[in-house]
Design a protein. Sequence first.
Length: 377
Amino acid sequence: MKKIQMVDLKGQYERIKETVNHSIQEVLDTNTYINGPQVHQFQKSLEEYLDVKHVIPCANGTDALQIAMMGLDLKPGDEVITADFTFAATVEVIALLQLTPVLVDVEIDTFNISIEAIKNAITPKTKAIVPVHLFGKAANMDAIMEIAKEHNLYVIEDNAQAIGANYISRNKVKRKVGTIGHVASTSFFPSKNLGCYGDGGAIFTNDDALAHKLRGIVNHGMYVRYHHDIVGVNSRLDSIQAAVLNAKLPLLDTYNEARKRAARKYNDAFAAHANIVVPAFDLNGDDHVFHQYTLRIIDADRFGLMEYLLDKGIPCAIYYPIPLHLQKAYLDSRYKEENFPVTNQLVKEVISLPMHTELDDEQIKFITDSVLEFLNR
C-alpha cells in the first residue's frame, strides 16, 4: 500500500503532469507573468463552469473575501454576521476593514451557520451575512437569502471549501454554490478541491456594477494605467497559477466525484458505530464536495484515536480546535458561552481523516479498519 497522505498533491500532479508542465511552459516562453492570457482564459472558463456573469481572479482567498466586502461599501462599525466554527480568515477580514464581526453558532448536522442564530443576531447595524460552505457542504442558502431580503442585507458567500458543489433550491433550481448570494469568494490554495501550486483566489458576482468596482479594487484602483479612480489593493492571480488552474478546472467535477466516492466508503464503514457520527451527506445529491471528511467522535477518546492513527501512519487533524469567539484576537464581551453550544461541542468531537482525489480502496479500508479497531477495543 502506498503511503497515506492527508492531501496527495504529488499523486494528483503525476496524473496531469504533461498538461500542467505544458501550460506553465507557455507562460515561461511568453514572459506574461502578470495578467497574461492564461489569467483571462481561466476567468472565462470559470465563468462558464459556474454559470456566473463575472469572475474576478485575485491573489488568494483571504484577499477575495476582503475585496468582496470592500466592493459593497460597508462602513466601519457595520455588523457582519458569520459562523463561529470556521477558519479565522472569515472573521479576520471583517476586523481588518474595521467592521464589527458578529459570530453565531452553527448546526450540529451540517457544521454550517445556524439559521435561527442569524435571526437572533440581527440588529439595526447589521449589513451583511457571510455563510461559509464548510468542509464542502452547501449552507442553507434558501433561508439565508430570505432573511437577507427581509432585512435588506448583503450575502457574501465564503466558498473557499466548496467550489463545484451544487445547491438545489426549494423550487428545484440547481445552482453552483458561490453564485447565489450578492457576491462570493473562493480560494485556490493547493489543498483545495481546485487548487493551484501557490496562492490564488477569485470573487464571483452576477452584479455588473459591483464586478466593475471589484476589477478596479484588485488592481490598485486602476481601470486605466496610472489613473487611480478608487482605493484599491494589489491582488492579482499570477499567470503561472492560472496556467495550473486551466489544466485542472476541466477535471474539477471528476475530482469532486472521487472525493464523494471516498466519503461514501467512509460512511458505509462507520455508519453503524455508536461512537461515530458521519458527515451529513445526501448519497444521491451533490451539495457536498468533501474538502474535508470530518467525523464526530462521541463518548470516546478522540485524542487517543488520533495518536493511534498517527502511530499507524494515518494522518488526521482537528478542524477547528478553538472557536473563533475564544481566539485571543477576537475576544469580545458581547459573546456569551451559552450562545455557542454546538460550536463548543464540535471542537471537542471533530476529527478529519485523509480526503483527496487519489485515495484508493486499500487505503480507505486500512483507515476505516484502524478507526474501528481503536474504538472497539
